[in-house]
Design a protein around this ligand. Sequence first.
Ligand SMILES: Cc1cc2nc3c(=O)[nH]c(=O)nc-3n(C[C@H](O)[C@H](O)[C@H](O)COP(=O)(O)OP(=O)(O)OC[C@H]3O[C@@H](n4cnc5c(N)ncnc54)[C@H](O)[C@@H]3O)c2cc1C
Length: 424
Amino acid sequence: MTVPGSKSLRKIAVVGRGTAGSLAAASVTSLHPDSDHELHHIYDSRIPVIGVGEGSWPSLVQQLQKLTDLPHETVQQRLNGTRKYGVAFEGWGRRDQDFTHYFTPQQVSYAYHLSADVMADLLHASTRARHIDAKVLNISRVEDGALVEFEGLAPEHYDLVFDARGFPRELSPDQHIDISFIPTNIAVIRRCPAIVKDGKTGPVLQHTYTRAVARPHGWIFVIPLTVHTSYGYIFNRNVSSLEEVEADFDTFLETDGVSEFEQRAVIRFPNFVHRQIYDGAIARIGNAAAFMEPLEATAIVSAQLQIGMVLHIRLNRPIQHLERDAPVVNRFLVNNMLCYGLFVGWHYSCGSMYDTEFWRFARDRAWPQHRAATAPEAVDCAALAKFDEMMELLNQSVIDKADWDRMCAVPLTSYAQMSQGLGC
Ligand SMILES: Cc1cc2nc3c(=O)[nH]c(=O)nc-3n(C[C@H](O)[C@H](O)[C@H](O)COP(=O)(O)OP(=O)(O)OC[C@H]3O[C@@H](n4cnc5c(N)ncnc54)[C@H](O)[C@@H]3O)c2cc1C
């Protein structure tokens, strides 16, 4: 089969060796039809990867099998993984009832809970690339491609560059869409002993769920891996102090029967979507493209979509279409990231069992900003209209079968489960 774009995609760079960069490098290796293409995997070993990101969506199960060419069972075991069938919400919404957001079909479709660092190692084993350990100073669009400038090395020209350098240092309104209608901006991460039994002779088959537990200052995730259990307290540093949160974290672990933990990290994060994810020669992916707090584990699945779309379009469309395709792909990706953002922000719209400063802020001050933040004239795409359509469908007494497969980043079934659970 001829792949019309492969001739114009001879030399590719991936900058960054976190989850996003590692996925991109393995994807280029796997999807490029010509074995003589050149792939440079560039990263600065002095700049650490973020290293969290342990929840995923079902598409990752298929993709890792394809990229590694290993059986699912082996992949799961290598990842120290468990099978995630959904997210179990505790204390969220106005119903005063715990509920689960299942992947669809319920109890069949599963994703992984995984160790992020081992996933990168697994992907490196399936990547054919020249590795360059150097600091990148600048990536810019030039005639027929992109130029990467290094510290201490000569610049290189590429046909396509994946920029996976992680969070931007600061947000600027002309480059980034601020989605801080999502009310959190910092996480405290702790690691505790494993609560699932390691499957010594095979993968753990037990159904597991990410727990998302509402707390007075935000919420806590609990992610069971075979080697440890990961806990993270997600909150807003302008509303609650670190001391208050650490104290409530201690109380939570005590009630959960966890007597020992290792303090791992305190991570500040922005909630944003880059306006220019793809321009034809540079593709921002992972945390460089967009980020929102991890309530629905949307980061890895977003990186999968960004990488998949860009490679698909570059490989399958003749180069003459590049300038016309790029804005279309960019709008599609921005739209999708914003839809994820709206889905996640909406989780806060009905508050929780706590009537605290954080939950009043989240429900009454942060979430109401979502309409202005995603107004079509501000973001040049129709994410808000798509989200509103989902809300309208949920309000109908009968949902027409023709609408069952509708999506706004996630399927209607996810919206319906959340709406039932939250009471909104
Ligand atoms: C608290 C928290 C929980 C999370 N939980 C989840 C989850 O459950 N599920 C999920 O999908 N995601 C989750 N995430 C998101 C997670 O961060 C991402 O999935 C993932 O780690 C993507 O990171 P990245 O590869 O984009 O960037 P990073 O991991 O930051 O990697 C950046 C890479 O770029 C390199 N680099 C940076 N600057 C330069 C330079 N100038 N020159 C050369 N190299 C450079 C670095 O060396 C590094 O290799 C979570 C995030 C947080 C903060």
